[in-house]
Design a protein around this ligand. Structure first.
Ligand SMILES: Cc1ncc(COP(=O)(O)O)c(C=O)c1O
Length: 370
């Protein structure tokens, strides 16, 4: 079989005007992959371009039109595919990542899967530092994509995120060939949402977005959205949806079991974050939001998306007559043993299946539009 020097993928060429240089030869020389430019592209060329759906039934009692961006339809199953790709490709372009590099990141799930995917695609070893709260199936997905899982044990009162970050720093200090994308400070994280997530939503809605509800943790998604909307001169109010128990936006620390929502430490990105409004949701709010989206819209969304649904509902009349955007970061399929398990909800949140049904039925007045 004949091999030849690999041309950069199409996406890199398109970024020439932003001084984006993509030279994968060092990785290819070291690794086993070869790129063939064809009109379909590889899996990572299909990150982005996710659908927008109107939530007509869920918010039938509100005087607002609500549109949701379904980030679960990225190939790795979440919004985190976007920053994962951006952080690695930008580091390849700058020469920070070469064929000798091992990528290490701390993640409770989605970012780990996104990085496992992009690292496997480029033939880079990836170590994901996780804590005991990580969902087993997320770890299995990462492993199936070739990642090594490094599980950090945390003491009773220790914040799991801080413990994971300590472990990553120790690994980085131990080997100069380790690259830490660090989603909590890397500007490629918000930029990927600026160039992708919000631009796509804004274009789909032709710039007519009065409110945008975004779940926050690293705050990369919300920051990227806000920066894009400001740069376009939109008057959109960006609403950060945060968890009870998160220290972001002046919150106080507490237990959080909904992955990807909130933070136990204020990261460099979050330090810069000032949003128009913050809505704080409980774990139960997230569950009711998820169950309601499934019931009224036949839409299986993840825990943070449930929080966004409940945050929109709680804003009630404020949203009357407006166009509202919502970003749903991932799918409910990864929460079947928690959010969508009656047993888990009853034992962890104290709500029985029948009480849950009443809460869901109270969300909108009728459950059919036929
Ligand atoms: C499911 C989910 N929702 C929301 C977020 C928050 O996104 P960001 O880190 O960009 O603030 C994350 C981040 O990990 C997530 O995994």
């Amino acid at each position: 079989m004949q091999t030849q020097a690999a041309p950069p993928p199409e996406r890199c060429k398109n970024r020439a005007d932003q001084n984006f240089r993509c030279d994968q030869r060092s990785i290819l020389d070291h690794g086993q992959f070869e790129f063939s430019p064809d009109r379909f592209g590889g899996i990572t060329d299909h990150i982005g371009g996710t659908p927008v759906v109107e939530l007509k039934r869920l918010f039938r009692n509100n005087g607002a039109q609500v549109f949701a961006k379904l980030e679960a339809l990225n190939p790795g199953g979440s919004a985190k595919d976007r920053p994962a790709r951006a952080m690695i490709e930008d580091a390849i372009a700058s020469g920070e990542v070469t064929g000798e590099t091992t990528v290490v990141e701390s993640s409770s799930g989605n970012m780990g899967i996104g990085l496992a995917q992009i690292c496997r695609y480029y033939g880079l070893p990836f170590v994901c530092v996780v804590d005991a709260n990580a969902q087993i199936q997320n770890l299995r997905i990462m492993e199936a994509l070739g990642a090594t899982i490094d599980l950090v044990e945390t003491a009773e009162r220790e914040d799991p995120l801080s413990a994971r970050l300590d472990r990553v720093r120790a690994l980085v200090d131990s080997d100069p060939r380790i690259f830490w994308p660090n989603q909590y400070s890397n500007l490629s994280n918000p930029r990927s949402h600026l160039e992708g997530t919000v631009r796509e939503l804004d274009e789909a809605l032709q710039g007519e977005l009065d409110y945008l509800f975004v779940a926050t943790s690293s705050t990369g998604t919300a920051l990227g959205c806000q920066e894009y909307l400001r740069s376009k001169g939109r008057s959109t109010e960006v609403v950060a949806v945060d968890a009870e128990g998160s220290v972001l936006f002046g919150g106080s620390a507490g237990r959080r079991r909904i992955p990807g929502l909130g933070a136990g430490v204020i990261s460099p990105l979050a330090r810069k974050a000032r949003f128009d409004r913050v809505v704080r949701v409980s774990e139960l709010d997230c569950v009711v939001g998820c169950r309601s989206a499934a019931h009224y819209e036949a839409l299986l969304i993840g825990g943070s998306g449930g929080g966004v649904v409940e945050a929109i509902r709680s804003c009630g009349e404020m949203l009357d007559g407006s166009t509202v955007g919502a970003i749903f970061h991932d799918s409910g399929q990864r929460y079947l043993e928690t959010v969508f398990s009656d047993g888990w909800v009853e034992s962890n949140l104290g709500l029985s299946a029948s009480e849950m049904r009443s809460r869901v039925m109270a969300f909108a007045s009728r459950d059919t539009i036929l």
